[in-house]
Design a binder for this molecule. Structure first.
Ligand code: CA
Ligand code: CA
Ligand code: CA
Length: 305
């Protein structure tokens, strides 16, 4: 298990004054807000990465979508295009400890998607986030391109809509076959998605009663990126010494596992684990060990989700 963040504290195991303890508490480094860490990014301009299980989706030239999007996040080259009814899965493993996941992508709604309703309507783009054993639907909205009066449930925030009801290629021209494009990176509903596991499984699919053939309606993803919100570094907030033990309390995040370690001397070659690891269930966590005669330095490691 990788170690990520540590809080270190020196605690004498016997006969030190309370004032000395409090002074040491104040010397703790302040917790800082860690920046998201990008763990996957792909622009679908080459071989499909192994983390993507595309089903029948294929790398396809972007046609009239080329150039849509802000600087640094534009449609270009090719994207991953899928018929409706086909799931595309992204599987990420060995992820570092984290508390949330951010998703960024450009979304192409291609040809005569029919919005909410009964067949041929009922075309919902759905995203799930979770693990191989459990997942949550984080997005499910219909998209409508064919007729102005069709009901599109997705209401994009300012800046997210890049094109709507214009012909960007594929089937057509004209008729039902107009196209739309969105930048989900600016939609806050794709940020801060609760996720803790070292494995992330994301699925992308247009499903519903309105599924039709590739030449009638389809969708594509471009510039797919996943970043993780790291665990805030633990901060030791209290040390209690009784006649029998030493109890450490630190700031924590629910569902994150921590491990206390010690050294008797900072010049020692390595830290020694103090099992068992502690899975936090609240905003603080604690751990006690029997009082020994030796002074000890302690630190807290983030070990796993
Ligand atoms: Ca591309
Ligand atoms: Ca079209
Ligand atoms: Ca349809």
């Amino acid at each position: 298990m990788p170690s990520r963040k540590r809080a270190e504290k020196w605690i004498p195991a016997s006969n030190r004054t309370l004032s000395r303890l409090l002074a040491l508490i104040c010397l703790c480094p302040l917790s800082s807000f860690a920046q998201p860490v990008v763990v996957f990014t792909n622009s679908f301009d080459g071989t499909l990465p192994l983390q993507i299980q595309p089903g029948v989706a294929t790398i396809t030239a972007v046609q009239g979508y080329a150039g849509l999007g802000p600087v640094g996040n534009r449609f270009g080259g090719s994207f991953l295009r899928s018929p409706t009814g086909n799931p595309v899965t992204l599987t990420l493993t060995n992820l570092p400890p984290h508390t949330a996941l951010n998703l960024s992508m450009l979304f192409a709604a291609i040809d005569s998607l029919d919005g909410t309703g009964a067949y041929p309507s009922g075309d919902f783009f759905r995203i799930t986030v979770g693990t191989s054993s459990a997942s949550n639907v984080v997005f499910r909205e219909s998209f409508a391109n064919a007729l102005p009066e069709q009901i599109q449930s997705y209401v994009s925030p300012p800046g997210a809509e890049l094109a709507r009801h214009v012909d960007l290629g594929f089937s057509g021209p004209g008729g039902w076959y107009t196209d739309s494009a969105y930048n989900f990176a600016v939609d806050p509903r794709f940020s801060g998605l609760a996720h803790f596991s070292s494995e992330a499984v994301l699925t992308f699919q247009i499903e519903g009663p309105g599924i039709q053939s590739l030449d009638d309606e389809s969708w594509a993803m471009e510039n797919l990126s996943v970043s993780l919100v790291p665990v805030e570094p633990p901060l030791i907030t209290q040390i209690q010494v009784t006649n029998s033990d030493v109890r450490l309390t630190w700031t924590a995040v629910s569902n994150i596992t921590y491990l206390v370690q010690y050294r008797t001397n900072l010049l020692d070659a390595s830290w020694t684990d103090l099992p068992p690891a502690v899975m936090a269930t609240n905003v603080t966590a604690d751990f006690a060990e029997p009082l020994s005669q030796a002074n000890r330095f302690y630190r807290i490691k983030v070990v796993a989700p």
